[in-house]
Design a protein around this ligand. Structure first.
Ligand code: SF4
Ligand code: SF4
Length: 319
């Protein structure tokens, strides 16, 4: 099959990636929780249509889907990015080894420090970075990155030659940018890209909050020359078709548009005990406990689902 999806080199890494990157958070236990075979066949469908870039994280619990999806495929045809919160040399080594084992692969294209905020947090992860540099020297990973919702982190990464790739939050409305405006984030990304950093963005549709204007939201990201690839969470074949149409510059079919453009929301079940664990986890300040129950501020929530992972009562869900 001829693929129409555009490919780009990820900054100076020499890694060719499709501009649409399959964000796997949405298929895993924190969101749709699809059966492994169903999630894997969705990933395979994307790969068959020219999407060669898969984004995951230790937190997402989606390694088994990727393992199944790429089984029997030529490893060099697929680009896999993962990340973890580790800050010591040894724990980062364990996370990288766990990722390799879990996906049954012998190298990772990218491994990132997850959710970095500033020069200070990067300094605090110095030892984890040292492991990643050693792993890159040994060919266990091809490139090192950071993921962030903060402009100041993008700016801090500029002065760090050991960081090859930045995975910043970017969408036209600025939902989720923790410390400034869209134009300020864009300036920082442009500067990083001009210095050879690979850029693949996240939350182009605000984690689902901009689904009512998915075309406008994705086109905004696609039109940024400094963004090499855009990670988009996909959980159904309809969403894949919709995203492919937009990335390939085709007009999506009206029925498809209606089926996919439904807004998502964070649901908190009535059995919440008000423990506050989710409030501590949310780096967007979107949660608080009021009268013994968690409540979400929709204007601040980017629907990442990270709070779900820490809820002892399993009462949070992105739907
Ligand atoms: S972690 Fe769960 S139980 Fe605790 S306050 Fe948040 S939603 Fe409620
Ligand atoms: S409330 Fe939960 S889903 Fe929303 S931004 Fe915070 S951690 Fe993410």
């Amino acid at each position: 099959m001829t693929h129409c999806i555009e490919m780009r080199l990820l900054g100076g890494t020499n890694i060719p990636v499709s501009r649409l990157c399959f964000g796997t958070l949405t298929i895993g236990p924190l969101q749709a929780n699809l059966p492994i075979q169903e999630g894997a066949s969705l990933i395979r469908a994307a790969i068959e249509r020219g999407v060669n870039f898969l984004d995951t994280a230790e937190l997402y619990g989606t390694y088994p889907y990727i393992r199944e999806a790429i089984s029997g495929m030529n490893r060099s045809d697929i680009v896999i990015a993962s990340r973890s919160y580790d800050y010591t040399y040894e724990s980062m080594k364990k996370s990288v080894e766990f990722a390799l084992r879990s996906m049954n692969i012998d190298y990772l294209d990218l491994f990132l420090l997850h959710e970095q905020e500033s020069a200070l947090t990067l300094k605090g992860h110095r030892e984890a970075l040292r492991y990643l540099e050693d792993a890159r020297d040994r060919g266990i990973i091809r490139a090192i990155g950071v993921s962030t919702h903060y402009i100041q982190c993008v700016e801090a990464a500029l002065g760090m030659p050991e960081i090859d790739v930045i995975h910043p939050l970017l969408n036209y409305s600025g939902i989720g940018i923790a410390d400034g405006t869209v134009s300020h984030m864009l300036q920082a990304i442009e500067m990083a890209h001009s210095q050879g950093k690979g850029i693949y963005s996240m939350k182009a549709i605000g984690g689902g909050a901009l689904l009512h204007n998915v075309e406008g939201a994705l086109k905004f990201a696609i039109e940024q020359p400094c963004v090499d690839s855009i990670a988009v969470g996909i959980k159904t074949l309809d969403e894949l078709e919709m995203d492919l149409a937009i990335f390939e510059g085709r007009e999506p079919d009206k029925a498809l548009r209606e089926r996919t453009c439904l807004d998502k929301a964070l649901l908190i079940e009535p059995w919440c005990i008000g423990c506050g664990e989710c409030v501590k986890k949310c780096s967007h300040g979107a949660l608080s406990v009021v009268s013994g129950r968690a409540v979400v501020d929709k204007a601040k929530c980017v629907l990442c689902g990270y709070c779900q992972a820490v809820c002892p009562e399993v009462c949070m869900k992105v739907v």
